[in-house]
Design a protein around this ligand. Sequence first.
Ligand code: ADP
Ligand code: MG
Length: 297
Amino acid sequence: MSRIEVDTTRLPLLLGDLRLPAIGRFWLEIAERSDREGWPAARFLATLAELEVAERAQRRIERHLAEARLPLDKTLDSFDFTHVPMLSRARVAAIAAGDAWLSKGDNLLLFGPPGSGKTHISAAIGRALVETGYRVLFTRTTDLVQRLQAARQQLALEAAITKLDRYDLLVLDDLSYVRKDQAETSVLFELIGKRYERRSMLITANQPFAEWNKVFPDPAMTIAAVDRLVHHAVVIEMNVHSYRQKAATTRKNRGASIRSDNQNTDAAISQQNANKTLASDNLVRQSSHPSAAESPS
Ligand code: ADP
Ligand code: MG
């Protein structure tokens, strides 16, 4: 090997050229320690390499957190699992680890009345997945539909949908707020078709499938969309009362009149939910996939 002229004063420049910012910041400190403690050269080099790799992973996660557009403060730590008995912490932890379901492109469908915690838990799952190294995009379904429609008008729908492939998980919040009369929602159908069995989606909605005819242009498209979504999906119905209402009630120290009001609302919501669940069961059965509502492995 020919002799290389070594000029350590050029190190900051060289490390900058090589895009090794962590080594750039730490090499002097580590070099001094290495000299003091008499490290073998290999240990010195390996220590610097480890630092750079660790920082790179951290930067990647920060980038992915920024691109995920998750609502702030909605984390697993701040989620009160006692409010949602059908959703155990262990089950959510398994989902939030990603692995099996994301690699298969399986879906997660969360249903529940307003305030039941769907947005909170789906954002929390999204955040946990990003921190594990996955790429996630959290969006209100209406916002994404608008984006895709704009792309379609520019004849770039296919490209826009393909671009979403970079995300291991798309969280579509509030699907049932999309209305076919507001917009041409078949873009949503195309998205569902494109991701089917390849890339995962987490969809939240107030109503299980029964009301989705209001979302898609025609019943055949609704059935086809539901069919693809539930084929490899975990369906969780969060039939609990509004957490906001619970918080407000607690704050008011449970006055007698509030209590009886809530009981009336509770009864109404329970009845509503019972009806909806029945309707969704029918639709799932129609879609002829008996495995649709199974629990996660
Ligand atoms: P949804 O999306 O089902 O309408 P949200 O997730 O927006 O409900 O919940 C409404 C509010 O209550 C939010 O501020 C949310 O953080 C809070 N919340 C809901 N469920 C829980 C829970 N189980 N633990 C802690 N906060 C909750
Ligand atoms: Mg919500």
